[in-house]
Design a binder for this molecule. Structure first.
Ligand SMILES: Cc1cc2nc3c(=O)[nH]c(=O)nc-3n(C[C@H](O)[C@H](O)[C@H](O)COP(=O)(O)O)c2cc1C
Length: 219
């Protein structure tokens, strides 16, 4: 499965089986995360067999169970969009090798011994992962015309990009983004609210994969 196919199969999964991640799978994921760190300068870290982050009241309140593995999405303050973009690449890669995931902003505990946070950095979010008890369900979605302008008259690469963006996970499924087609370029904007810059990075990742166009000019 490639990342494009993974976009249609990925749904948030909050309940995980007690099945360890095989070393070939975790090695492939580690390598992919390292590539993302090299390209982005982020400090994304894979945490395996660490049940405490999702052990407490908050995680149960958030309906998480069996989470023992996650990616700590660490970067400098203000790097929210970049965290979204690369975090989602990792979510899709994980899906492509048979894992399930869920972005988590709130309902987990930061276990300080599980990862390294350098000066000036913070844990923006975590990406819970493992073998899901289910594969999740497709979220309710806005329409293409609700999140974009110029959709009906735009070339197919733009329309494919918008439809891929609608599959993207967003915090509380808010889908507060707009994609405007402007003379062959794409203006992507985040709406007001919590985590909308991170959502924008996730949306751009999906748009690029859906559009299958090498030289998208973002404005
Ligand atoms: C930045 C971000 C933060 C999120 N935080 C949480 C969270 O704290 N708890 C939770 O249960 N889901 C969280 N989610 C998952 C969203 O609720 C989910 O992506 C959305 O409802 C769409 O569903 P889908 O991922 O199945 O497509 C978050 C998603 C994103 C993108």
């Amino acid at each position: 499965m490639d990342l494009k196919q993974a976009m249609t199969e990925r749904h948030s999964v909050r309940s995980y089986l007690d099945r360890p991640i095989e070393s070939e799978v975790s090695n492939a994921l580690s390598e992919f995360i390292e590539e993302c760190n090299k390209k982005s300068g982020l400090h994304l870290q894979l945490v395996l067999n660490e049940p405490k982050a999702f052990d407490g009241f908050m995680a149960h309140y958030g309906k998480f169970s069996g989470v023992r593995n996650y990616v700590a999405l660490i970067g400098k303050k203000g790097e929210d969009e970049k965290i979204g973009y690369y975090g989602e690449k990792i979510a899709l890669f994980a899906q492509s090798i048979g894992l399930n995931t869920c972005w988590v902003a709130l309902t987990y505990k930061k276990i300080k011994t599980a990862f390294t946070v350098e000066k000036g950095e913070k844990v923006h979010c975590v990406l819970a992962l493992g073998y899901g008890a289910t594969h999740g369900v497709q979220h309710k979605s806005k329409s293409a015309n609700e999140v974009s302008t110029g959709y009906d008259d735009a070339p197919s690469w733009f329309r494919n990009g918008v439809n891929a963006a609608l599959l993207a996970p967003t915090a509380m499924n808010q889908q507060k983004f707009t994609l405007c087609y402007e003379d062959g370029k794409v203006r992507a904007e985040a709406g007001a609210g919590f985590y909308t810059q991170m959502d924008l990075g996730i949306v751009k990742c999906h748009f690029e994969l859906g559009a299958e166009k090498d030289d998208i000019e973002w404005i």
